[in-house]
Design a protein around this ligand. Structure first.
Ligand code: FES
Length: 141
């Protein structure tokens, strides 16, 4: 009986490969309108930095010390949320990330959950900052 082996370069979707290796959105922003940081049970951390104008996410960048799958998931979060309203960005889910990537390994689904958890923290932080803009300068990153 033949065993099927996964060929990384041939069997991953184009979306997965692009999101896994893209570094365009990896940037720390000193004073963000929304900031979220989450560390998963695996010990990896994802941080998101939102720049928001009139309730619309103008740009979203991230930093992570996580694996390639985490990078793929964080990039996808950024791609899917940029240009959306804060309310719409709450609708992005780990399933949405996995659907976009197509070939996120099943046993790495927690990387999508970690990225979404960090996004949700950034979104709620954004709300807090819009209520109390003076806090932005004191936010520690
Ligand atoms: Fe830790 Fe991917 S293995 S988040």
């Amino acid at each position: 009986m033949e065993t099927e082996t996964f060929n990384f370069w041939q069997d991953h979707s184009t979306q997965y490969l692009e999101m896994a290796f893209s570094t365009d959105r990896r940037e720390r922003v000193e004073v963000a309108d929304g900031y979220g940081k989450r560390t998963g049970e695996c010990g990896d951390t994802v941080e998101f930095f939102l720049v928001v104008n009139h309730g619309i996410i103008k740009s979203i960048t991230f930093d992570t010390d996580g694996c390639m799958n985490t990078n793929a998931c964080a990039n996808t979060v950024a791609l899917l949320s940029e240009g959306k309203s804060i309310e719409k960005a709450w609708e992005i889910t780990p399933d949405g990330i996995a659907d976009y990537l197509q070939t996120l390994p099943q046993n790495e689904y927690h990387c999508a959950e970690l990225a979404i958890g960090a996004l949700y923290l950034a979104l709620s932080n954004c709300k807090e900052m819009s209520r109390n803009p003076w806090k932005k300068a004191y936010q520690r990153k």
